[in-house]
Design a protein around this ligand. Structure first.
Ligand code: ZN
Ligand code: ZN
Length: 443
């Protein structure tokens, strides 16, 4: 009796293992079957980039490809952003997002399909355009994953919300989508997933962090007022150039002396402007800062610290109350991408099964910004997870490790992903994750 129970258990285990292996092989062959067609899609997107808020043709292409594989598409849902829905029976709703915009950079990759585009940006200025942040790869992976999920439709049930978003680079697209009612007009997802290509990890491997993976970004202006006058008679003035210099140095202690050491933060003064001539003390100097943070509390601490320090320096220089420095955080703060730890840990199990543990890397959080975090900050509290996807070809990666040859980073005019391994690994890992989430395998 006992023996037969053990036998049944063993049989059940091996059937499960067989089904898993079987699924892995099916995903691999479904991805392999579409890789060449998707390379053509990728090259077309790469050659024809469109900068933020101008993603008109790109959005049309995304809508067309989604409709081709059976999605119900709402075009121009939120300016250029669009939403595709595919219902496939009972089950969870899962959102997958891609961004669509390129950068005003003149491409220098030397690729045969390099962009030569010069276009008008949203303010009407002529700019070069290049997919230097890999959003062309994101779109291709997004289409490839959705395509594979459609091919393997009998392996899962639930609803896919496919979001193609404009204006990530200027951090406006995600916020606008949520304000325009993404989660009111479409089913609220149980999970929202996205990739960002990575210019340091081997192509097709995944980088994860179970917590805030990308920092929040805020631009802050500081206006420093003084009393101008003759450069030869400084005693008749209050010199804002000197006050500005003190402020630049004084705020260096904000992160180093005030923020808890295990809370990452950055305060950088990127620009300082004042004065017009050697012998004139100006009335005003302006500073422009970028602030990076991983929690709302740290952000509040930085802004109130900037206000306190600039006020103190102003008072010590003898400025009256009505001329003290003004600290102005600009509109459009990008929040951190606060990955849901439970969702990341679940997804990584699926990705490991698909790619092997050697292709899954736990990474440190990065201070770059990404507006995907907005989707996790609405009242619906959607758990989100963004993963890095390595895009560096084997030869380049080995050369980098062996000879310390620098790798062009994101936003560099020479950056481009190694298409095939990036596509294969990325589409397979995301497909497996979504199927497992749909099937509740990861509960
Ligand atoms: Zn970027
Ligand atoms: Zn990007």
């Amino acid at each position: 009796m006992k023996k037969s129970i053990i036998l049944i258990l063993l049989l059940a285990c091996s059937v499960t293992a067989y089904n898993q292996d079987n699924l892995k092989t099916q995903i691999e062959s479904a991805v392999a079957a579409i890789e060449n067609e998707h390379y053509e899609i990728y090259k077309d997107l790469h050659t024809h980039p469109e900068v933020s808020l101008m993603e008109i043709e790109t959005a049309k292409k995304m809508a067309m490809h989604l409709e081709d594989i059976g999605f119900d598409v709402t075009r121009s849902f939120s300016a250029n952003s669009l939403v595709g829905v595919l219902e496939n029976g009972e089950g969870p709703v899962i959102m997958m997002r891609t961004d669509m915009d390129a950068l005003p950079i003149k491409e220098q990759t030397g690729l045969p399909y390099a962009s030569k585009v010069i276009m008008k940006d949203a303010s009407g200025s002529e700019v070069p355009a290049m997919h230097a942040c890999g959003h062309d790869m994101h779109m291709t992976l997004w289409l490839g994953t959705l395509n594979t999920l459609v091919t393997l439709k009998d392996k899962w049930s639930g609803t896919i919300i496919a979001v193609a978003q404009q204006a990530e680079e200027i951090s406006g697209g995600a916020k606008r989508m949520t304000e325009d009612g993404l989660f009111e007009q479409f089913p609220v997802p149980a999970y929202a997933l996205a990739y960002h290509v990575n210019a340091e990890l081997p192509a097709g491997s995944v980088g994860y962090y179970p917590g805030p993976i990308f920092g929040g970004v805020s631009s802050v202006d500081i206006h420093i007022h003084g009393y101008g006058g003759h450069g030869a008679m400084p005693h008749t003035t209050i010199d804002p150039v000197v006050i500005a210099s003190r402020i630049v140095l004084a705020i260096q202690t904000l992160v180093s002396r005030e923020i808890e050491p295990f809370q990452p933060a950055v305060v950088t003064v990127g620009s300082i402007h004042g004065g017009s001539k050697h012998n004139v003390i100006p009335d005003r100097v302006d500073l422009q800062l970028t602030v990076r943070f991983f929690s709302d509390e740290v952000y509040e601490q930085i802004i109130s610290g900037l206000k306190r320090i600039t006020r103190g320096v102003g008072l010590s220089a003898g400025l009256p109350e009505d001329r003290l420095p003004e600290v102005i955080p600009l509109e459009g703060v990008t929040p951190p991408v606060a990955n849901d730890p439970a969702l990341v840990n679940k997804a990584i199990l699926s990705m490991e099964e698909m790619l092997g543990t050697g292709n899954i890397h736990k990474v440190n959080p990065s201070t770059v910004g990404e507006d995907f975090g907005m989707y996790g900050r609405t009242k619906e509290n959607v758990p989100i997870a963004l993963f890095w996807l390595g895009a560096v070809g084997k030869e380049k990666y080995d050369d980098h490790i062996k000879n310390s040859t620098p790798l062009p980073g994101l936003h560099n005019a020479a950056f481009h992903p190694d298409f095939y391994p990036t596509f294969r690994g990325g589409a397979a890992a995301m497909t497996k994750t979504m199927i497992d989430l749909f099937n509740g395998k990861l509960e």
